[in-house]
Design a protein around this ligand. Structure first.
Ligand code: NAD
Length: 353
């Protein structure tokens, strides 16, 4: 059944249970003739299902998408793309798979179709992070934003509950930082609040019944709003810290975001009280970091870097790295302040401004 279509920025965006069965129609409407399907190894069955749906439009399946978009995998996929004569990619998966689609669109003129299966939101942005020889670099180019995004809530029902929670908080982090972004506008504020509201209302219902398609669709609408706002404004301390932790210690992406968000929010609160007031109000505490902490812990989100395997002796190095290369943040970044924040995140104790 097709549900409501929403027009995003230079994108066709649609929501609806079973939408993946209509992918051939959307591909044809976007002018695609031969579509290479991309997945991770873990989601190769989804690739097979989509190849059947695409029928004669399918140009093969490449199932080696990996975290942080390694360029050697992209080069291998590019060879498949050229050999198959594909003029389009269908990226079916989370941020890693959608990242591979973007990396291919950087190297060849392509129609990009995304079928997101997490809440990370990469499908809404023109941003690509790639890794070469262990070094990750990030770029932004309008041609990287997928042309068509199909949100099929049935595809997120397979996300295990812990991943559902961490992926959702990863998405919420985009909206929280958008609220105090230097380049925010009334429109981005509204989008950020819309995204947070969708998760605030939808996520508890998803946890009660992970197969509830209505609640899953609500959370996907949150992912769309949070991802879209990520593509429109600059991020600050929270994203910088997560990238530093991820890069220096090779930590899992969504879990790291889930642990850090309440702490980064509390850190920034003294300098962004007005901007963060909607978060405090929506999640029901005086201080927004505490409000997010209460929400995250009520959902069973991870709270401790120690439990992720981080050694306490690494915290000094991460604090020093995060305090380097000053970037804009509502509150001054001090190495001592970040070190104290990291200690609380490592211990798994509540955030403090
Ligand atoms: P992911 O894409 O790395 O997926 C993690 C694992 O979960 C994979 O094995 C995947 O196959 C599996 N998985 C995904 N969806 C599933 C489902 N519905 N059911 C069962 N298993 C499923 O995870 P992610 O958090 O979506 O993406 C993280 C990556 O995306 C990072 O590299 C991050 O930097 C990037 N990212 C980029 C942007 C951007 O705008 N460029 C935005 C957000 C995230």
């Amino acid at each position: 059944m097709l549900d409501s279509d929403i027009q995003g920025i230079d994108q066709t965006v649609a929501f609806g249970a079973g939408l993946r069965h209509h992918v051939r129609k959307y591909a044809a409407q976007a002018g695609a003739i031969r579509v290479l399907i991309l997945t991770t190894p873990h989601q190769s069955d989804l690739g097979l299902e989509l190849a059947e749906t695409l029928g004669g439009s399918a140009a093969g399946i490449f199932s080696k998408a990996a975290m942080h978009t390694p360029t050697d995998i992209t080069e291998e996929a590019l060879q498949h793309l050229n050999e198959a004569g594909a003029d389009a990619v269908l990226s079916a998966g989370g941020g890693s798979t959608i990242g591979l689609g973007k990396a291919l669109a950087l190297r060849a003129p392509l129609v990009q179709i995304a079928l997101p299966t997490t809440y990370a939101g990469s499908e809404c942005t023109p941003i690509l992070g790639q890794t070469e020889n262990g070094v990750k670099s990030t770029m932004s180019d309008p041609k990287l934003r997928p042309d068509v995004v199909l949100y099929d809530p049935e595809l997120v029902t397979t996300l295990p509950v812990p991943m559902t929670v961490t992926s959702a908080i990863n998405a919420m982090a985009h909206a929280v930082e958008a609220l105090y972004a230097k380049d925010r506008t009334e429109a981005t504020d509204a989008l950020a609040v819309q995204g947070l509201k969708a998760f605030h209302e939808g996520l508890p219902a998803v946890l009660e019944d992970p197969s509830d398609l209505h609640a899953r669709e609500e959370t996907q609408k949150g992912a769309w709003a949070c991802g879209t706002v990520l593509g429109q404004v600059g991020m600050a301390l929270h994203h910088k810290l997560c990238h530093t932790l991820g890069g220096a210690l090779n930590l899992p992406h969504a879990e790291t975001h889930a642990i850090i968000l309440p702490h980064a929010t509390s850190y920034n609160w003294p300098a962004a009280q007005t901007e963060l007031a909607p978060v405090a109000k929506m999640f029901g505490a005086e201080e927004p970091g505490e409000a997010l902490w209460n929400f995250a812990t009520s959902l069973g989100a991870p709270t401790s870097l120690q439990a992720l395997g981080v050694a306490e002796t690494d915290l000094d190095r991460v604090a020093a790295l995060a305090a380097q290369n000053p970037y804009w943040n509502p509150r001054d970044i001090t190495q001592d302040g970040i070190r104290a924040l990291l200690q609380r995140a490592w211990d798994g104790t509540a955030p403090q401004p």
